[in-house]
Design a protein around this ligand. Sequence first.
Ligand code: ZN
Length: 172
Amino acid sequence: MLTCPKCGRKIVDEEAVYCPYCSRPLKTEVTKRTDFPTAGGVLLIIATTICVIAGIMALAVFLVTYQYTYYNGLAGYYSYMPRYVDLFAGFFGILALIYGLAAGILSLKRKKFLHCLIGGLLTVGEGFLIVIAFAQQWPSSWIIGMVFGAPMIILSVAGLLFVSIAKEEFRQ
Ligand SMILES: [Zn+2]
């Protein structure tokens, strides 16, 4: 809990800038605020949005290939095999969605630096998973993987970079 340096009263609101009793500014030195956490947060949120789309696509691909193999049991050798990497990419996408979105919002609020990093790393990981998952589907499906995976990786890494630069601005 904060204590006012002038009137000595306790202040419940941890984020108070001025003392509610005597109006004295509470922080003598305010950390310089840059736009980096905001930029990082926005980038992480965009990366997360792509994660969701790509994750749903990966799940859909898994379900379709799974069904295809099921109905062509005898010809299974020639038909598409369900790739569990798609299923994994789909579920990991949901995890990355929850954590990545939280990281983006926390970064906008300059809170929980460590969780911002973890969220960003998860979206980077999901980017690679999507590239791998789609690269294995059809002869030229790696292009789909790159179209979604590459922006996810680039945006997340850029977001992580911005968040890291602004580490000092985060409250733990
Ligand atoms: Zn006061």
